[in-house]
Design a protein around this ligand. Sequence first.
Ligand SMILES: [Zn+2]
Ligand SMILES: [Zn+2]
Ligand SMILES: [Zn+2]
Length: 141
Amino acid sequence: MCETQTDQLEAALADKGYRLTKARRAILQALVTSGGHISADDLADIVRRDAPFVGRMTVYRTLDLLSELGLIRPVYQGTGAAHYILLTNGHHHHMVCTVCSAVIEFDDCVVEEMAQLVGERFDFQVEGHLVEFYGRCSNCR
Ligand SMILES: [Zn+2]
Ligand SMILES: [Zn+2]
Ligand SMILES: [Zn+2]
């Protein structure tokens, strides 16, 4: 059976002993459908379109919980609201063009070794990573 990202997130929540309420399911579903990279307010709008019974505060609290569990990460850009990025498998990688702001996603993990090295050096248990490389895309050079 093919496990969807939503299944994986639900399983991770259940593993940690959290109940899969209707609201939490709706929020996870909307997160995955949107592909992540979304602010709390935009996510709340999407969730409430399909599940109007879910309050905005519930969306905020669930995002906090998912962040605490390392399933998503808030990313702050400038002064705007945080965007939440899915770390379903514990990691997420971007290349960001500093000229046109294009974001290229890639799945090959290139930093496992680095994570282990710095983890050992600082006696830190690394549980995930969100990596961004900055530069210029092929259109902007
Ligand atoms: Zn570019
Ligand atoms: Zn991404
Ligand atoms: Zn990785």
